[in-house]
Design a protein around this ligand. Structure first.
Ligand code: BDP
Length: 333
């Protein structure tokens, strides 16, 4: 005979419902608060794109992931932020592939001067199979690259004369991003390269610690460098992709469904960034011209390209395993 007291079915349901309500009240589902690094000020194309990424992620994951973007490099300079993202101390970021080179050697291929013929070629190549190979190399170092932003073409600027031939670079002190390839690049033109973080450049130009730097129009403008270094010479020596990267540890914590949502949001953010970029280039160019910057064409680019040949030769000698990256990019254009 059954002596144990049985719960009635309705009693059971009531208890289950109560337990459910209690769990829901006591243990609300914790949103993942994601911290995102950005070097640029609010309003910059990349900043707007990161904000739209954050919004879309929060919405599409129903608030399970709540990304917040920290602008203006308040969380550290770029090499530092790359390390923080690799270790999972930061969750996502927009990184330029220049300062990535010392950490992910394959990405140095992208820093070989004049490797891309145009921004469009860069987009086509990075959006395809070759771009996936760079993403694989980044993943091995703890960074999940979900989409590629553009950063236009970088040109040289300096305080006291236009650069029209390599001889005009002779003896000038030029700030470069943190990567030995850029030191070689400026040295080969006869200048003195000074690696320095982005945030220090304005003051260093002002005080004469350096004579010039190199960047695209939007950064030349928003950093205020044009106020001090007014000769902007269209060398267009670097066309660098940037990633929207997620820390591997943050990525792996996501369900498959949320990974899908985050990836789509990153792809949409890249589309937004690329569109805003085009508009911003025109706007920035006008702003610097209005402020008295002198922009000059460089008619003989081949003279600059020739000086870069030893960099290519050294590079493939030192990294034979990366030679196919170089030749595949060249063959794709
Ligand atoms: C900008 C890049 C940024 C770099 C900066 C620099 O978007 O990631 O840190 O140049 O020169 O164009 O350091």
């Amino acid at each position: 005979m059954q002596t144990r007291k049985r719960f009635s079915v309705t009693g059971c349901l009531k208890i289950t419902a109560m337990a459910g309500a209690l769990t829901a009240a006591a243990l609300p589902v914790q949103a993942d608060q994601w911290r995102g690094w950005n070097i640029h000020p609010p309003g910059y194309p990349n900043s707007e794109a990161l904000e739209s990424f954050a919004e879309e992620v929060a919405e599409k994951t129903d608030g399970r992931v709540e990304p917040k973007v920290y602008h203006n490099a308040v969380l550290g300079d770029q090499p530092d932020a790359i390390e923080q993202t690799r270790s999972g101390a930061l969750d996502f970021a927009n990184f330029n592939m220049g300062p990535m080179g010392p950490i992910v050697p394959a990405t140095n291929v992208l820093s070989l001067p004049f490797i891309f013929n145009s921004v469009d070629d860069m987009y086509t190549i990075m959006d395809g199979e070759i771009g996936d190979r760079f993403a694989d190399a980044l993943a091995e170092e703890g960074l999940i690259a979900l989409s590629w932003f553009g950063s236009g073409a970088r040109s040289l600027y300096n305080t006291d004369h236009p650069v029209k031939t390599p001889a005009d670079v002779q003896g000038i002190k030029v700030r470069v991003m943190n990567n030995d390839l850029y030191v070689e690049m400026i040295d080969n033109l006869g200048g003195n390269a000074t690696p320095m973080s982005y945030g220090e450049v304005y003051q260093s130009l002002k005080t004469g610690v350096i004579d010039g730097a190199e960047n695209n129009y939007p950064s030349y403008e928003t950093s205020g460098h044009y106020e001090v270094a007014k000769y902007y010479s269209l060398t267009e020596h670097l066309i660098l992709p940037e990633c929207l990267c997620i820390a591997k540890s943050s990525w792996e914590e996501l369900s498959e469904e949320d990974q899908k949502a985050v990836r789509t949001a990153a792809e949409n953010a890249a589309e937004t960034q690329r569109q805003l970029w085009e508009e911003r280039v025109q706007k920035s160019k006008q702003t610097v011209l209005d402020a008295g910057a002198k922009i000059n064409d460089v008619n003989d680019k081949a003279a600059f390209q020739e000086k870069m040949q030893p960099i290519y030769d050294d590079f493939v000698k030192q990294h034979p395993e990366l030679e196919s990256f170089v030749t595949d990019i060249q063959a794709a254009q």
